[in-house]
Ligand binder design. Structure first.
Ligand code: ASP
Length: 335
């Protein structure tokens, strides 16, 4: 197939011109005050390997002709299974020492979306979000109801202890000892996970999964399961997954605004995502970052924190795995 690809498919509304040469996938594992020397070499190596593997697994789906929805689901499952990140196993703990998770997924070809919030015990919350999209007439289910729905659809459940790592236990203890407000901690450290992808049919998708904010209470829900805030995908613009101080991402509808700026104001992916993260959020005092991909396979990964765990593979098939800010600078300089 040369040049322009199909414009009409019965399953989707919004077709991009694309082909197998413009496959793209990016993942994140959170943004924050991530400085060199702050973590052990083993931890850093495990994080880099998990990010790289998530991209490889997602890319494999795309190369086999799979959908961007399948690719982002696969990549996010890989990161939910890695105990280093704040999603699935390894999620942060609530004020009561429990685990409550949020996740969402969106299909850019038809604006279908699914989300779960404050869900407990589901091994892979992104699967629950996708089930909401595929098997219910709703967009978001919360709490016990989301759990019942997941059980009814035979999703795998684990005991709470399975999700809880020593690292998160110690983290909660130290926050509570210092009597910090949840929001204070959040400014230092986020490790929510997410993925965005473009498939060979030109369809975009995004997914995000998190344990939310350490020491959270009262059923607090952040941006990750909120369509438009932490996750958005629209074939007419781009796919976005966010990480950071959720309240700011909700107030500024960050993921949707990036897409809207591209669609309605003609901005490029880089311009739109950079403006949201480095101007709008910075002025508001919100910290974090996004990963985003457009219909041409361009990838953007802006963040306004010291670092962001991120990995990507664009049309050239080159894998990049980065944590610190100066790694991107090195890339730019090496051109
Ligand atoms: N955005 C997430 C939240 O506010 C936190 C994170 O990115 O780690 O729940």
């Amino acid at each position: 197939m040369t040049g322009a690809a199909l414009i009409i498919l019965s399953t989707g509304f919004f077709m991009n011109q694309s082909n197998a040469e413009t496959l793209a996938i990016a993942v994140h594992g959170g943004a924050g005050t991530i400085e060199r020397g702050q973590m052990t070499e083993e931890r850093e190596a495990a994080i880099r390997e998990a990010l790289a593997d998530a991209v490889r697994q997602g890319r494999k789906v795309l190369e086999a002709g799979g959908s961007s929805m399948d690719a982002v689901t696969r990549a996010v499952i890989r990161l939910e299974e890695a105990p280093e990140f704040n999603a699935g196993r390894g999620s942060v703990l609530t004020n009561e020492g429990t685990v409550e998770m949020d996740a969402s997924i969106m299909d850019g070809s038809n604006l279908q979306a699914g989300a779960v919030a404050a869900i407990k015990g589901v091994r892979n919350p992104v699967k629950a979000a996708r089930l909401v999209l595929e098997e219910s007439p709703h967009v978001m289910l919360v709490g016990e109801g989301a759990g019942t729905f997941s059980r009814d659809h035979d999703l795998e459940f684990m005991d709470e202890e399975w999700f809880i790592t020593d690292f998160r236990r110690q983290q909660l203890e130290s926050i509570q000892a210092e009597d910090q407000a949840a929001t204070q901690l959040s400014e230092n450290w986020f490790s929510t996970v997410g993925a965005v992808a473009l498939d060979a049919d030109g369809n975009l998708a995004a997914a995000t999964s998190t344990g939310g904010m350490s020491n959270k209470r009262w059923g607090r829900v952040g941006d990750s399961p909120i369509v438009g805030a932490g996750t958005y995908a629209d074939n007419r613009s781009c796919a976005v997954s966010a990480t950071g101080h959720g309240e700011f991402f909700i107030r500024h509808v960050v993921a949707y605004d990036i897409c809207a700026r591209m669609r309605h104001a003609g901005q490029s992916l880089d311009e739109a995502s950079d403006e949201l993260i480095n101007q709008v959020l910075v002025e508001a005092g919100g910290t974090g970052g996004v990963i985003a991909v457009d219909g041409q396979g361009n990838i953007a990964q802006p963040f306004n924190t010291a670092g962001m765990y991120r990995a990507a593979m664009g049309a050239d098939g080159k894998l990049t795995v980065e944590i610190y800010r100066d790694e991107s600078d090195e890339d730019e300089n090496s051109d």
